[in-house]
Structure formats: C-alpha cells, structure tokens
Design a protein around this ligand. Structure first.
Ligand code: LLP
Length: 438
C-alpha cells in the first residue's frame, strides 16, 4: 500500500527508498513513515469537506504519533492539531504550530496545563468535566480574558470496528453525560460564564470504526440535545466536533471506508438536522489520528534468535517488541509483515514473532506466514504508524527506536534513536548514609 513496492534487488522499498539501506544506515528497530500516504489521507479528508462547501477543521489527533516533524507536516497539510497533554502541547508549539489551530483534550488537565493553554491562546479547550469548567473559569477570570471552549459530550454511542453499542448512559471517564442531564448543567454553566466562549460541542464514539452508523447515531443524539438547548438557552453551536476513529486496514478482513465516505455521511447527517432545527450551519470538525498515520508507518526489525518446538510452534525473535509496539500485548492487535530483504520469497511456514522483552506476553504476531528465516533477516511490520512510537516505552531499559520520514527517494531522520546515556539521563545516584561492612 502507499508507495510501497519491491525493487529489482527483491527489497521492500518505501517512498522510493530501499528499506535494507535504511536498516544499514539507521539501524533497527526503525519506524519508517511514507509521507506521501500521510499527505494523501490528509488531502482526502480535507477535500471531502471542500467539495461539499462545508466550513470545517480537520484536526490531527496527535496522540497517534507526535514529534516536532509530524506537527510541522500536519500544519503544512492544513490540519489543525488535537493535543491531550502539556507535553503534546509543548511539542506542537515548539514545532511552530499556530496556537489558534490547537485543540486541547483530556479528562484531567492540570491547572498548569490549562494555564499554558490559556497563555498561549490556543484555539479551544475541549472541556471535559465540572472540575475543569471551574478551573478554567478561575484561570480566565483571574486574567480577565475569554477562553474559547467546546463541551465534550458523552453521547452514549460506542463504536468499535463493525459493532456499535448505544446505551442510555455510557460508562466512560470522558465528557459530560447527556442522559443524566450533566451536559445540560455543564453547558448552562459555560454559557453563563463571562470568561468562557462556548464554540460548540464535541463527541467521540470510539476508534478503528468501519461503519458510518455509529456516527449517524451520535449526530442524532447530539442534535436532540442541541434542539433542547436551543429552546432552553437559545444555544446556537458554531462548531460541532464529531471526533475521530476512522478505521484502517491492519490485516486482511479489515475493510475501512474511504475518508470521503465517513465525511460525506457526517455532513449529510448534520445538514439534515440543521435544516430540521432551522439553525445556521455550524462548522464541522473531525479528529482523525490513526487514519492519517497508521498505515503510513512500517517498523523494520532485525531477526535474531529462532526457536522451533516441533509440532507446536516456530518462534523468531526481533530486536524490538512491546517496547515499540504495545498494541498486540495490550489489545491483542493483529499485524502483517514480510521479509524486507527477501520480499519476493514465497512464505513456506507460519512463525510466531516474539519481541525481546522479558515478558512471555511480548509477542507481536502469533502466526505470520514467512519464507524460511535466518538471523540477520529484516522483518517489515506494516501499519505501525499509529499508537506505536507514541506508546513506546523503556521497559527493560530498551532505548526507543529512531523514526525516519521517506518521500521521493529521500530520507529524513525525524526522531533520533535513544542512547543508553539518554536512558540514565534523569537518574541520580543513591547517596549512601553510612557504609555497613560485613
Ligand atoms: N479524538 C478523541 C477525543 C480521541 O479520544 C481519539 C482517540 C481520537 C480523536 C483519535 O482516534 P483515531 O482516529 O486515532 O482512532 N491507543 C489505542 C487508541 C486509543 C484512541 C484514543 N482516542 C490504539 O492503539 O488503538
């Protein structure tokens, strides 16, 4: 997919760059991002709104993968940025993202984080709960300023892949509940405040969604309340944000829709209700993360040890694992991959791909079809671009991998490989109070 192909040497090539050379030049594990594919996706989401003539913002949900270069690329593609922590906000600002393009999410933003958001005059704070409403009011009134906000609603629609569940009351840590009236109280409080400017409301129904029904249901629910609030408080939303969650293909059987299919359905449904309520058309905002960067990312690993258990399983171990891809261990997520250095060799057996962490659950794939493998072979795991690097960790003090962007035959290193010194940089020595000798 994307710009991937097999070159004349039988090597996997991405963005016109030979992955075997990448592994030699940057070592492994290595995250490789196909910039052209990210651009294509961003363009598809934006174009769908433009063609429909709908005022919009497509905000990159940067939790999927964040670093200075990624924020710069996103901004360059005309995307707004969704951040969920002071760290993401800091990185986005450091990358030079225009503050007014930043939306700040999170169910427990600290006073420091909110102060930072307010000082930087970011585009909006997506207020999640009553505590935050009070905190933001306090901060804004102390500064005698007005902060633009969206109110995060819990719509009682939860969508995952092909299933969606509607519940009267959703059991979620995020947002103001619609069903029990919290949202109405929260909205009233925000509308009554002199220091909060309510742009509109937000809902997010889940992740890796392959159908549009969940969005349709959520939009319907949101509008039922918008209607009530319009009557009760003359509330007119300027913005409706329907979140992210658009699915991608990880493995055969995953059948995501095109970006424009999701967008067109969201637009159609919104317009229907806007016409019914006879209100001005609000801007429609969405927040794709995975669908912008997920399948643009590939991880290159070097194969080391192998272990055959006759009639049971053939293991191969790679030089990374749950330290750079937590998703299989955390969600039983499935991945596909090939040998990047022998991409045309036919698969002859299934292999269990193990990581190198001291944890039996550190398995990346249980049954990957591959040719006969040997140590030194290069394994390319596909679709690791979302929630791979961003959830990477230092379990076992394994340094986090490097990340490169490839495009048109060129490579840019965008995150350096962590070094052992990086790992001990924050450590301080234990000061012995006394020496005990035996
Ligand atoms: N907006 C909100 C409010 C969200 O909570 C999320 C994801 C997104 C947008 C972006 O969703 P996406 O388009 O990427 O599906 N770590 C998990 C995914 C957690 C998603 C959390 N929220 C994973 O690896 O699958």
């Amino acid at each position: 997919h994307g710009t991937m192909r097999v070159n004349g040497d039988g090597h996997l090539e991405i963005g016109g760059v030979d992955t075997v050379n990448l592994a030699t030049n940057y070592q492994t594990p290595l995250f490789v991002y196909d910039v052209a594919l990210i651009k294509e996706r961003a363009d598809a989401f934006k174009t769908a709104f433009e063609e429909a003539g709908v005022a919009h913002q497509v905000a990159y949900a940067s939790k999927a993968f964040s670093c200075v270069a990624m924020y710069q690329l996103a901004q360059n593609l005309g995307l707004s940025i969704d951040v969920v922590s002071g760290g993401e906000l800091h990185t986005a600002l450091k990358a030079g993202v225009a503050p007014e393009k930043i939306h700040f999410h999170g169910n427990n933003k600290s006073k420091e984080e909110l102060n930072m958001a307010v000082s930087e005059k970011i585009g909006c704070v997506v207020v999640d709960n009553f505590y935050e409403l009070d905190l933001l009011e306090e901060i804004a009134s102390a500064r005698q300023i007005t902060v633009p906000v969206l109110l995060r609603l819990t719509p009682g629609v939860e969508a995952h892949t092909h299933e969606f569940i509607t519940t009267g009351q959703e059991d979620s840590k995020f947002g103001f509940d619609l069903a029990n009236g919290q949202a109405t109280i929260g909205l009233k409080q925000a509308l009554d405040s002199d220091h909060l400017h309510v742009l509109g409301v937000h809902s997010h129904i889940g992740s890796q969604i392959f159908e549009t029904e969940g969005f349709v249901l959520a939009i319907e629910k949101v509008f039922n309340y918008v209607e009530q609030w319009n009557e009760a408080f003359n509330f007119k939303p300027l913005v409706l944000n329907f979140g992210g969650g658009f699915g991608i293909r990880y493995v055969e059987g995953d059948k995501p829709l095109q970006p424009k299919t999701y967008v067109n359905e969201i637009i159609k449904e919104t317009k229907k209700h806007v016409a019914r309520l006879k209100i001005d058309e609000p801007e429609i905002w969405i927040e794709p993360g995975r669908s912008l960067v997920g399948d643009a990312g590939t991880t290159l690993y070097t194969i080391g040890s192998t272990k055959d258990i006759p009639n049971v399983r053939r293991y191969l171990s790679v030089d990374g694992g749950m330290s750079d891809n937590l998703r299989p261990a955390l969600y039983d997520a499935k991945y596909e991959g090939i040998l990047a250095n022998r991409a045309t060799d036919i698969a002859t057996d299934e292999f269990a791909v193990a990581g190198k962490c001291c944890e039996s659950g550190d398995m990346l794939v249980w049954d990957l079809p591959l040719p006969e493998v040997k140590h030194g072979d290069l394994l390319a795991m596909f679709c690791t671009g979302a929630y791979g690097y961003s959830m990477a960790n230092n379990y076992n003090r394994i340094p986090r991998p490097a990340v490169v962007f490839v495009e048109n035959g060129e490579t840019q290193l965008v995150i350096k490989r962590e070094t052992y010194d990086d790992l001990t940089r924050l450590d301080l020595p234990y000061k012995m109070k006394e020496t005990v000798s035996f």
